[in-house]
Design a protein around this ligand. Sequence first.
Ligand code: MTE
Length: 335
Amino acid sequence: MLVRVKPSWEIPEREITPERLVFNRRNVLKGAGLMTIAGVAAACDRGSPTQTAGTPAPEAGLADAPDPTASLYPVPRNASYTVDRETTAEEIVAGYNNYYEFGVDKDDPAREAHKLPIRPWAVSFEGMVEKPFTADIDTLIKAMPLEERVYRHRCVETWSFIAPWAGFPMKALIDYAKPTSAAKYVVMKSWMKPEIAPDQAQFWVPWPYTEGLSIEEATNDVTFMVTGAYGKPLSKQNGAPLRLATPWKYGFKSTKGIQKFIFTNERPTTYWMALGAREYGFWANVNPQVPHPRWSQASEEVLGLGRRVPTLLYNGYGEQVASLYSGLVNERLFM
Ligand code: MTE
């Protein structure tokens, strides 16, 4: 007789997010006058990973933009950052995306992001820095200590993947920027081009995409600036030429297509906070015990794995990052 042994990762059916709790942003957008709610629904709009079928190959978006740093990849792997599970297939990571500038469906970015010109690309350093300046992306990348790290990525919508990112510790970028001692936060702003991203013409949405970290978070060793993946320059749909990876936080913190770093002593209002502060906070650390107001965060669907696994506190990076929050009382650390 066959006896089915229940694997440790299996979770009861009742913990899986009921689809009826997940808004479909397109349907909400059809309702006039509900624009803010529509925006809030975006981070919660889950499609099925099977939507990747039929999307262009990941390289398609890069074909039009020769990248002078391409020969730097692959870069040496940092053995301290690995994950005890197989990395997710490249075509899944580059075919199932959130990049709302390009649309609300998971396959929109893979189809549309090729329109974003990424060379030349200027990155500015502003606010509380010794001297504001602008650097060309290739000068910046060549000045940084490039390495590969295998990181988890956990979206607030409860899907996740594991990717080999290439890039450099954000600490190196902060040293390069030379903030003054008055700076407490670093704000990251993405690009603004309504001519190629029609959703940016929606004046009620707080474009450009904006996120922020405390300086302590930005200089933690786990915080990584991503310029490549899978041994090559990063695809445009994954955030080329420069994105953030803070794997202990929900994925919406990981700003793509960064153009500005602004140093400030005021905690910024981020894109998602502006759309829905009740659902999205500044810290956004992963915690399976703290549900999103509309669904459980107890488990996640690992893309390509075909099953859900339990979510880990700080997405498994607690040893490196938990101490960042020890002094913070009465703060909404996990949303
Ligand atoms: N950055 C920009 N500029 N625009 C976005 O819409 N979406 C965020 C984040 N960075 C987003 C962004 C969200 S909600 C997630 S989950 C991740 O990017 C998704 O990254 P991926 O598509 O590479 O998996």
